[in-house]
Write a protein that binds this ligand. Structure first.
Ligand SMILES: [Zn+2]
Length: 293
């Protein structure tokens, strides 16, 4: 009698552990076998040497990343043969598969580096890192900037935190910036009425294309969108589709190749300065390798 009771008592624990084991195993198999593209979502790049209170590395917003750490990550990725894809390349090669991947990318691992908002540091700190890597390895790394044109500075100012149109033009002309839309004024699109929603989507595209006029013959600028705060719903997606070919979330998920059901819900991995270079490199290492035929 006692042993029957014991068996009954231990039964749920046994079932629980077995279920847990099965779920973990399935998850591990999925994690290992599904080809992934890391799409990293950064914000401002901060040079800690320029900060007041130089000893305090934590004295800036959590979502920012340090220039030193970013340089370290980038150096590793370039040395290890990563392919820095643009928003249009993700769309053409990995969402629609409408174009054949050029043979020069065989053996490489695709990754996308994205930067949100209209920070001046994209010009003062990010661009110099990209240029220094280009000089060192003779390779241009392309980064995707999701910009709010309504928050850009009208003219150069040493005290402004916002990027100018000329700054963007320079990075685009040099071949480092892929300039895309983050809405006109960084409004939470899910909260807006139809008129305001259309304004945010349409004006951002017009302004960014006006800013880059003459430098973008294939009209790659402002063809893709990242929702401010990652906030979206079917209604926002419907209007986004009027102006943009695809749109990005900010949801700490990997892009699983072949599994994307909706091109207006492209996942991105969130980055903050508490994620040390080692952590980001670990994530990057999960990228699929392009195979030859
Ligand atoms: Zn934002």
């Amino acid at each position: 009698m006692k042993s029957i009771k014991l068996k009954l008592k231990s039964f749920p624990v046994w079932v629980f552990l077995a279920t847990l084991l099965v779920i973990t195993s399935i998850w591990l198999i999925i994690d290992i076998t599904i080809p992934k593209i890391p799409i990293l979502g950064f914000h401002s790049i901060v040079d800690t040497k320029k900060l007041a209170g130089k000893n305090n590395n934590q004295n800036f917003p959590k979502i920012d990343y340090t220039k030193g750490d970013f340089g370290e990550v980038l150096d590793y990725l370039v040395k290890h043969n990563f392919w820095f894809i643009s928003s249009q390349e993700l769309y053409d090669y990995f969402i629609f598969n409408s174009r054949k991947i050029p043979s020069e990318h065989i053996g490489q691992r695709p990754i996308m580096l994205t930067f949100d908002d209209s920070y001046k540091t994209f010009y003062t700190d990010l661009l110099p890192v990209l240029e220094s890597i280009a000089n060192k390895y003779n390779q241009k790394v392309k980064v995707v900037l999701f910009i709010n044109p309504g928050r850009m500075a009208n003219h150069e100012s040493k005290t402004s935190y916002n990027i100018t149109c000329n700054n963007l033009r320079e990075g685009l002309e040099k071949g480092f910036f892929d300039i895309q839309s983050h809405g006109e004024n960084h409004k939470k699109l899910t909260d807006l009425n139809t008129k305001d929603l259309i304004y945010e989507l349409e004006t951002a595209q017009l302004q960014l294309r006006k800013c880059t006029a003459g430098l973008d013959p294939n009209q790659t600028v402002a063809s893709h969108l990242a929702y401010p705060y990652g906030a979206s719903n079917p209604r926002v997606e419907k209007f986004a589709a009027r102006y943009y070919k695809s749109a990005y979330l900010y949801n700490s998920r990997f892009f699983w190749q072949g599994w994307l059901k909706n091109k207006y819900q492209i996942p991105r991995l969130t980055v903050n300065h508490q994620k040390a270079p080692k952590g980001l490199i670990y994530v990057a290492e999960k990228a699929l390798k392009i195979k030859g035929e």
